[in-house]
Design a protein around this ligand. Structure first.
Ligand SMILES: NC(=O)c1ccc[n+]([C@@H]2O[C@H](COP(=O)([O-])OP(=O)(O)OC[C@H]3O[C@@H](n4cnc5c(N)ncnc54)[C@H](O)[C@@H]3O)[C@@H](O)[C@H]2O)c1
Length: 358
């Protein structure tokens, strides 16, 4: 696919954390035309898209991906060259407390979208069929947990453990099956933990920044020894764009920031950065607020990614180091208090999630 031609890109979940970063990138940095399809669950937030909402290349439609009639209508009207599918229930802790929504959106919703995409694709002429892409955005959590050694690659066997990762693994399998069975030109990406601006305040990094500023305890699960491989969200959306513009249909690519950190080191880096850019009034370090709490049930020990295929084949590499990305993120939360305070007063007030196992 020529990556200079403006494409019509239907983004599902474009009001979420990664989806909104992708939409801002596509409108701000490319010539592509975007239809954002999002049901606006607790995680969807149109205020993350204020900078692009009046752009003539951007349109929003409120719709549920489980609604087959709506998906058929929107795809038929918009006539996408690419569908980038990000809409999902995405929070592991919420999947422990209420897995049903994860099965519904991540499995039934992905199936519904695939069926609508296939129907549309079958009606295209041969050239348009060849260049069409259905790009599914997934997670490295489908690969299970690593010990202290080794990395996930595109060849790693699936071994999901939480209701969230099981539902994402299932949706990955559906997407591949639509390629092998019906010939739909699909692409799959599995990425590590994202962080950056507009991240919903229940996730580790924004939660810690906000609790630091509020003078509250910083709850670290277990001993804080679980390791995640952090990816700055703007690096991620550059990779996604590269994949749907130039990736090989039927293939999957894993995306990571080469920034493995233990959770306790993530929290310490946030404290040290804030000590520098917004020191506590009493002169003490934010690290004094760290407190250890009961671990997440079934907490995977380590995720780590070897993203060298994406580098080798499509020339993508993360631009941010963990330290530069954290500083940008912290400065964004300091400058955009109105955005996260509005969420805190509505959908989520910082309470502990994910302990309901019985
Ligand atoms: N955030 C991460 O670190 C991460 C890591 C790996 C993979 N992913 C994957 O990337 C994608 C986006 O993640 P995110 O962090 O931006 O999620 P998010 O929870 O911030 O956003 C999800 C979006 O999907 C929308 N949505 C949910 N159910 C819907 C439905 N039934 N119909 C239409 N829209 C619906 C929500 O309103 C929201 O705008 C997900 O598929 C997730 O599994 C995320």
């Amino acid at each position: 696919m020529a990556n200079t031609k403006p494409l019509r890109v239907l983004v599902t979940g474009g009001a979420g954390f990664i989806g909104s970063a992708l939409v801002r990138h596509l409108i701000g940095e490319t010539e592509h035309v975007v239809l954002n399809v999002d049901a606006l669950t607790y995680a969807g937030n149109l205020s993350s898209l204020e900078s692009v909402e009046h752009d003539p290349r951007y349109r929003f439609a409120k719709a549920d991906i489980c609604d087959a009639a709506a998906m058929n209508r929107l795809i038929g009207e918009f006539r996408p060259d690419v569908i980038t599918h990000l809409a999902a229930e995405s929070h592991v802790d919420r999947s422990i407390d209420g897995p049903a929504a994860f099965v519904q959106t991540n499995l039934v919703g992905t199936f519904t979208l695939l069926a609508a995409a296939l129907d549309y694709w079958r009606g295209l002429d041969a050239e348009a069929q060849k260049s069409f892409r259905f790009h599914h955005i997934s997670t490295d959590e489908v690969f299970g947990s690593l010990s202290d050694e080794g990395f996930f690659t595109e060849e790693t066997a699936y071994d999901p453990r939480s209701p969230y990762s099981a539902s994402k693994a299932g949706s990955d399998h559906l997407v591949r099956a639509w390629h092998h069975t019906y010939g739909l030109p699909i692409l799959l990406t599995n990425c590590s933990n994202n962080y950056g601006p507009y991240h919903f305040p229940e996730k580790l990094i924004p939660l810690m920044i906000i609790k630091c500023l509020a003078g509250e305890k910083l709850p670290v699960y277990g001993q804080g020894l679980n390791v995640r491989d952090w990816l700055y969200v703007e690096d991620h959306v550059r990779a996604l764009t590269r994949v749907f513009e130039a990736g090989v249909p039927g293939e999957s690519y894993i995306i990571g920031g080469r920034s493995e950190r233990r959770n306790i080191d993530v929290v310490t880096t946030i404290c040290e950065t804030l000590d520098r850019v917004r020191p506590r009034a009493d002169g003490k370090s934010y690290a004094e607020q760290i407190s250890y709490v009961a671990d997440r049930p079934g907490h995977d020990h380590r995720y780590a990614i070897d993203p060298s295929r994406l580098d080798r084949e499509l020339g993508w590499r993360a631009q941010e180091s963990f330290e530069s990305g954290i500083e940008k993120t912290i400065r964004w939360y300091l400058d955009n208090e109105g955005w996260w305070r509005a969420i805190q007063s509505g959908a989520y007030a910082g309470e502990r999630l994910g302990l309901k196992t019985a």
